[in-house]
Each structure stands twice: as structure tokens, then as C-alpha cells.
Design a protein around this ligand. Sequence first.
Ligand code: MLT
Length: 388
Amino acid sequence: MSDHKVLFEITEAHLNTGLRGFPVGTVRTSRVDPLEGVSYVGYPIEDLAYLDPEAVVYLLFHKDLPTDAQLAEFKADLAARSKVDPHVLEMLGRLPREGHPMEWLIAGLVLLGMTGKVGDWREDALNLVARTPTLIANVFRLRSGWGDPIESRPELGLVENMVHQMGVPGADPDRLRQLLRVFYVLHMDHGGGNLSTFTGKAVASAHTDVYASIAAAMAGLYGPLHGRANQECLNFVRSVGSTDPVVIEQFCRDTLARGGKIYGFGHAVLRAEDPRAKIQYELGQKLYPDDPLFQTALAMRTVAVKVLKENPKVSNPYPNVDAVSGTLLNASGLTDSDYYTVLFGFSRIAGICAQIVDERTVFRGGRGVPIYRCKYLAENQEPRRLEK
Ligand code: MLT
């Protein structure tokens, strides 16, 4: 009998439940507590939300926050890694407009890999993080037809350079930068088992390169039950059409009565309000307090919870990271919700890259985690023979 501690007992009732709650590995970048929410290398997200995004990227890769000198050196290193092969943007611009922005992002990631991978986990991971501002900005700019690519200025910083290259028509760039800096930190990492992170690590376990592994991860994030929920959330808030709590409550009740979903509430692990939502509500009251859609989302913070709590089967009636993010992006001038998951991806790529580097080069004495190969119990597979 092994002297290892039993972590989890799997019964038949756990099969085909999406691995929900199964401990399958360890993670060194973040932890998700059901009540406290996410912390990055021990720091609660509320301590990190307003730091330089590069400082938090450094934290996930180095497992310590940088000194001022280390941060300056890291920013310079990312800037030096940021050049994107011109062919990537040429080919990106020729993609069909009918494609969803996340499909553009996935294609762009594969193009970045084709033209820039070097085959070293850490180098490719840091190069990719450094090149995402140009890729993300041009998914917006080229697909929206806002104009030709704008020259990259990596010295501005990851988020600032992305906003610079986006050149969003009619947006207030200062408030957009403030919003996206916080947005970037909040969405970077969320434990080891969220679908996009798990997928990226699983594909990388076959020694597929970082770029293609992250493309696979973004395919997972593209799902409406995962990263695309922020787009669905804004569309839901838009459909409410009122800031009046009485009207909002009735709308929520009618939605549930017809079997619909109130997007932005609930979570597989969390059992309290997501601190990432709390930070966004506070930021919205600072940046866009008079925006009607934000006011609707803010009212839902209490009204939707009240309605959802009435159902004893609802394990978590509270807001998650997506509950208000779309209304803030919309208020900032990014009014096409199709693009919102691309911004989630911009940030999450950093966290998944850090976890891939850990799994490929740190775990098991640096030998890395073996190729993922879980077990499925055969069903309906009784032996039989083909009659001759
Ligand atoms: C995330 O940040 O990835 C979402 O909250 C979903 C999750 O954690 O599974």
C-alpha cells in the first residue's frame, strides 16, 4: 500500500463530469480559494491589480515580484523581444472578416510560431508575451478596418503599446489604458485547471511548441462557457434595457423562467463574489460611473444575486470576472463585444506561458511532466467478432 496521502476518491459518479475537482497536478503561479478568490504566488489579486502589468508577468515567471531595477531590466528585455515578422501582419490582414476575432487571434498565434519560434520553452514563452501587443492590436485594427498597422513602440509597455497600436477611433486613450492595465492583471491566471490553461499545458506536454500550444489554449478560451462569456455578459446587459432595479429583477426572473442563463454569475470553484469582479465594479465607478450599461451591471450585482439565491440548487449566485468586464470595455469605446475575449486572451497568454514553462522545465527535477494521458473506462465495448 503506498504511503502517499489520498487526495481525492474518484467514484463512478465522478465520471464524465469534466474532471471537476480532480487534483491532477500542481501549479506554481496561482491559487483559487473558493471564498477568497485568486492569488498569484501568494499575493491576493487585490494587492496586484494596479501594479505594472510587466511586474505581474515577472511574478508569474520568476515567482517573486521584481525590484525596481529588475522591473526596468525585464521591461527592456520584453521590448527587445517584441519584433513581429512583417509577414504575420500581411497575412493577418488577408483573413476573412467573417472570421470571429478569436479565430483571427488563433490564426495569428500560429503565424507567429511559423515565423518566430526558436524551440526553447522559456525563450518562446517570453517572446510570445512580448509580441502579443502587436498581434492583439492588429486583430482589432485590421479586422475592424481602422487602417494600416501602427508602428510598434514597445518602450511604452505591454498594454500601453497595445493601446497605441490599436488606435481605437473615438476612445479616450488615457481611460482605456487605465482600464486595460487592470484588465490585463486580473485575467492573467486562475489556477492550473481552467480550461484554456489546462489545454495549453496538455498540448505542450506532447512537446508541441509554445505558440501552437497557446493557440490550442485560445481555442478553449473561445468557448462561450469560458472566455467568450464576457461577450455574452455584455449582450445580456444590453438586452435588459434598463437601469431600474425593479425592471432588472423582472428581466432576470423572466430569463430564468424560460430556461435562460444570467451570464456573469456563478463559477465552478468560487463560492463567493469573485474579487476580480469587485475590483472591476470599483474601477467602473471611478472611470465610467454615468455609463448606463455599467449602471445596469452594477444593479445586477445585488438584484441578480437575490434572484439566483432563491434557487437552492445554485451553488454560487455571485458575480464572476465576466459580470461587468464587457460593460467597462464598451464604455471605454470598444463597443464590438466580439473582440472582448481577445483581450481576455491577451492577458491569459502570459499566465499559460508561465505555467507551460513550469511544467516543461521545472517540475519533476526539471525533467518536466510526462505527456498527458488520462484514462477513460470503456463503455459498450463487449468483445465480439465479425462473422466470416
Ligand atoms: C478563468 O479565469 O479562467 C475563469 O474564471 C474560469 C475558471 O477559472 O475556470
